[in-house]
Design a protein around this ligand. Structure first.
Ligand code: HPA
Length: 276
């Protein structure tokens, strides 16, 4: 992790937006960028302008940081994320969390697209992440230790804050959008899983599989932020699906699910506002 770049990124944002006091952060996964329409946007920046963040390299990832609010909750929205499979190391992945921490945010909401591994899941389902399995084989906190990430050996018993999970469930009920809950397993990608891997991961307790979110959740939890995660099940995982997997299917399903994702997040921000 390049701490000079992390610090440069945070100082760049403070310099550009001296009045920004985000209490919440939102990182949007594949195809989710459009949910910014549900927020009031004050200003936005291209990722390319932010030191160390670079351009988001995947179709469906806008690559913009929006300074926004909803229900009066000041929020930094990262439209698009950097992934481990891009081979860019951990720094660009850590930058959003570092910025949020340095600017005093308390809460991070992570969204993603995922393959459904559990029986009876359907593309378009929305899943509250109850817990995760880190199948990267590496950890963003490996390496020299910096106190910004809390203790050397961070507890992982409650990475996804139980209070936020309850608020998400309540938001789903109020918005009239059914939400399921489950365990998200992340591997590095960029390959999708083989059918044999999906069967193995199911036996470990995975309900959904993907290539992101886990590193950010580990970092944010270590930094003392409360974390919530929401997956859009865009396809059935390999071997369960009758068709070969493709990024087009992922973005198509996200697009079709967009109205429900927007409703849930709008209702969720109202719940967050009530929390004071
Ligand atoms: N596997 C991994 N990542 C994904 C999937 C999947 O099936 N769908 C969307 N992202």
């Amino acid at each position: 992790m390049n701490y000079e770049l992390l610090e440069e990124a945070a100082q760049f944002i403070s310099g550009r937006w001296p009045d920004a006091r985000p209490t919440h952060g939102l990182i949007l996964g594949s195809g989710w960028s459009e949910v910014v329409d549900s927020f009031e946007i004050k200003e936005s920046l291209d990722y390319g302008e932010i030191p160390g963040l670079g351009k988001a390299g995947v179709v469906g990832h806008a690559g913009k940081l929006a300074w926004a609010s909803s229900a009066g909750v000041e929020t930094f929205i990262f439209q698009g994320r950097r992934h481990y499979y891009e081979g860019v190391g951990w720094t660009p992945i850590a930058i959003p969390i570092y910025i949020l921490k340095k600017l005093g945010a308390t809460t991070l909401i992570l969204t993603n697209a995922a393959g459904g591994a559990r029986d009876a899941m359907t593309p378009g389902d929305l899943m509250i992440i109850a817990d995760h399995i880190n199948n990267f084989g590496v950890n963003p906190l490996a390496g020299s230790h910096d106190p910004v990430w809390g203790p050397r050996f961070p507890d992982q018993s409650h990475v996804y804050d139980p209070g936020l999970r309850e608020k998400l469930a309540e938001a789903g009920r109020k918005a009239g959008v059914p939400l399921t809950s489950g365990v998200y397993l992340a591997s590095t990608g960029p390959t999708y899983e083989t059918p044999a891997e999906v069967q193995a991961y199911k036996s470990w307790g995975a309900d959904a599989v993907g290539m992101s979110t886990v590193p950010e959740a580990i970092l944010a939890n270590a930094a003392g932020l409360k974390v919530a995660g929401l997956s859009c099940i865009t396809n059935l995982a390999a071997g369960i699906s009758q068709v070969d997997l493709s990024h087009e299917e992922v973005t198509d399903t996200t697009q079709q699910t967009m109205p429900r994702m927007k409703k849930v997040l709008t209702a969720f921000w109202q719940e967050l506002a009530h929390a004071g």
